[in-house]
Structure formats: structure tokens, C-alpha cells
Design a protein around this ligand. Structure first.
Ligand SMILES: *Cc1c(COP(=O)(O)O)cnc(C)c1O
Length: 347
């Protein structure tokens, strides 16, 4: 090997999906594929998940939603929660994407594009349950429902979902959010909307708190085998990291070895002197991360051309590295350069 490669094991991914589903049933899984499926490559991930029978996909924006539609086929449901502007709305509606709606102006934009395109948009109204990122404030909720009723009667949209996003930082805050959420969908049901999907939780809460599961759980991290920082171990969660970053040894000195991967490939330089790799069962401290190389303590018997696992493969995980520098495993994965080839097993 002469260059770094991100190995992605789709069979392990499929096992994680089964594990997440077993824990969260009867809620259905919406696989979150934002940020190029957390750096693993959206197309291969969506194709394999579709083969495993995953029916819902959650994408951040329209560009990724269209890719997910292409990879998952016409029967999948793709939920896009950040659409901006009329052109994107039109693209989404043409591809039969479910749209998240977090404000009244956007609701009108969707209605007007749907009218022009002569289609019926499927929308999921978002209630702001306290994060204040985006979402209809509780005091504006009834007004939004009245407006959705008028537009639904006109035939330009159908309100099929109510959703929100929670911090998953404290149980008390999450409980408060859930009370607001229950009130919001209660009002939508009372107003006669035929809701198919209530969804509130991501990986952590969907795992730990059954009452947060509702109809759909929007899970990204756990399906990719990424545990939460400070949370339960992968073993407790029944998940295994699906990606391993491997790089070749390019130079050997008396006490150190150099790997052909560096910060330009996405490794945070802050890992130097704070994190360690596991090489053949030994712990090797990272001495330096430069642009295109990394210097580690010399592994026993190291030779030029040997492959070293930077994370994954049962050695330190992305989350283990992240914990050393106060970030989360997702950040390590998402930063791995798209120029590093992804090598898939189980395509
Ligand atoms: C990222 C994201 C998720 C998935 O979060 P994980 O912790 O990776 O499971 C769910 N919903 C929304 C709105 C998100 O942005």
C-alpha cells in the first residue's frame, strides 16, 4: 500500500442496522445520511441500507436528498430538513422528497412551488422544542396548522409528519422538549391531519429512552458504529465501527515511524501528543501530525510499506481519538478527505 485508504465494511454496517432496529422497534428506522453519510460515502451506504430493507432516509439538504433518491430507488422515503429557495424546493418535489418545514414563510414557498409544478408536497412540520435552531415556536403552532389545513384542502400539500430535534444533553431538557412535542402533534391530530410519522430522537435518545421513539427514529451515528462521547460502549450498544483508516509506513527512524497520512487528509493536528494508535496490540503515541504525514512512536518490527490502522478495525475508534481532543467521533470521520479512496466490503 502506498497511500491512505478508508475501508468501509458494509456487512458490519448491515449488522449495526439490525442491532439498532432490534432495539428501537416497533419504531421504524430513518437512516440519517447527512455529510456524505458521515464521511463513509452516501451512495454505497444508501444502496446497502435499501437492500437491508431500510425505507426512510434522512438527508440534510436537497443535493444529498437527490443522491439518496437515486441510490435508494423510487419507493424509498427521503426526508430533507434543510431546503433553501424555490429552485431547491422544485427539485425536491420533482424527486418526491418529503420536506421538513420549520417556518411559516417556507410553508408558503412550498405551497407556491407545488402549485406551479402541479404536485402535492409531503411536508413534516417542525416544532421548536427548545433548541431554537429552526422550528415553529409553540405559540405559532396553531396558526401554522390552520394555514396547513387551508393548503392541504387546496391540494398543494399534505401534512404527513411532525418532528423536532433534541439536544440529548440532559434528560430534564429532553423531557421538557417531549412535552412540547406531544402537545404539538396532539394538536395536529385533533385538527384532522393524517400523520404517518412523528419523529423526535437521534441515536442516543432512541437507544436509551423508549418514550422518545414514536413512529420513526432518525439514527445516523449508531448505524455507522459511532458511539457517543462519554456514553455507553459499542459493546453495550451492540454496534461496531464500520470504517477503518489505514495508512502505510513511509519512513522508519530509530524511535519513530512515519505514516503517509496527515492533516491535509483530514486528521486533526490537535491529536499530536494527545492521542495514541494501537499497532499490533501496542499503544503508540502520536508525536506529530504534519500536512501529509504523521509521526508515531516506533511500533515493534515496523517496516516501510506496512499498513497501520489509524482508527477502526478493533483498534482505537474514531470516538476514542475524538475524546482525546474534546470532540466527537463524527467530526473525525466527516473530515476525512474525499480524496482518500473509500474501499468497500459487501457492496
Ligand atoms: C444528525 C441528525 C440526526 C442523527 O443524529 P445521530 O446522533 O447521528 O444519530 C437526526 N436528526 C437530525 C435533525 C440531525 O441533524
Amino acid at each position: 500500500m502506498s497511500a491512505p485508504v478508508l475501508h468501509v465494511d458494509l456487512d458490519v454496517f448491515a449488522a449495526n442496522i439490525r442491532s439498532v432496529r432490534a432495539r428501537t422497534a416497533p419504531a421504524e428506522l430513518m437512516l440519517v445520511v447527512k455529510d456524505d453519510a458521515y464521511g463513509h460515502g452516501l451512495d454505497a451506504i444508501v444502496r446497502r441500507a435499501a437492500r437491508e430493507g431500510v425505507r426512510w432516509f434522512g438527508a440534510f439538504d436537497v443535493r444529498e436528498s437527490l443522491r439518496a433518491r437515486h441510490a435508494a430507488g423510487p419507493d424509498a422515503r427521503i426526508f430533507s430538513w434543510l431546503t433553501v429557495g424555490r429552485e431547491e424546493i422544485a427539485q425536491a418535489l420533482r424527486a418526491d422528497i418529503d420536506l421538513g418545514v420549520g417556518d411559516a414563510v417556507f410553508l408558503e414557498d412550498i405551497a407556491s412551488v407545488a402549485r406551479a409544478e402541479q404536485v402535492t408536497a409531503r411536508i413534516h412540520l417542525k416544532i421548536d422544542t427548545g433548541l431554537h435552531r429552526n422550528g415553529i415556536r409553540p405559540e405559532d403552532w396553531d396558526g401554522a396548522l390552520r394555514r396547513a389545513r387551508v393548503l392541504e384542502d387546496e391540494g398543494v400539500l399534505r401534512l404527513v409528519g411532525v418532528w423536532s430535534h433534541i439536544a440529548e444533553a440532559s434528560d430534564a431538557d429532553d423531557d421538557e422538549a417531549r412535552t412540547l412535542f406531544d402537545r404539538a402533534f396532539g394538536a395536529a391530530e385533533a385538527a384532522g391531519f393524517a400523520l404517518e410519522a412523528r419523529h423526535l430522537s437521534a441515536s442516543a435518545a432512541s437507544h436509551a429512552r423508549p418514550e422518545f421513539r414514536y413512529d420513526l427514529v432518525r439514527v445516523g451515528a449508531f448505524c455507522y458504529g459511532v458511539r457517543s462521547v462519554g456514553g455507553p460502549s459499542g459493546r453495550e450498544l451492540g454496534i461496531v465501527p464500520i470504517a477503518a483508516l489505514r495508512a502505510p509506513i513511509t519512513h522508519v527512524a530509530d524511535h519513530s515511524a512515519t505514516l503517509g497520512v496527515g492533516s491535509l487528509h483530514g486528521l486533526p493536528s490537535a491529536l499530536a501528543r494527545r492521542a495514541a494508535l494501537e499497532v499490533d496490540g501496542t499503544t503508540r503515541r502520536i508525536a506529530e501530525i504534519a500536512l501529509v504525514h504523521t509521526v508515531i512512536e516506533l511500533p515493534p518490527g515496523a517496516k516501510i510499506g506496512d499498513e497501520v490502522t489509524v482508527f477502526g478495525d478493533g483498534a482505537a475508534s474514531a470516538t476514542d481519538l475524538a475524546e482525546a481532543i474534546g470532540t466527537v467521533g463524527e467530526e473525525i470521520l466527516v473530515r476525512i478527505s474525499p480524496l482518500i479512496p473509500r474501499n468497500y466490503r459487501g457492496l
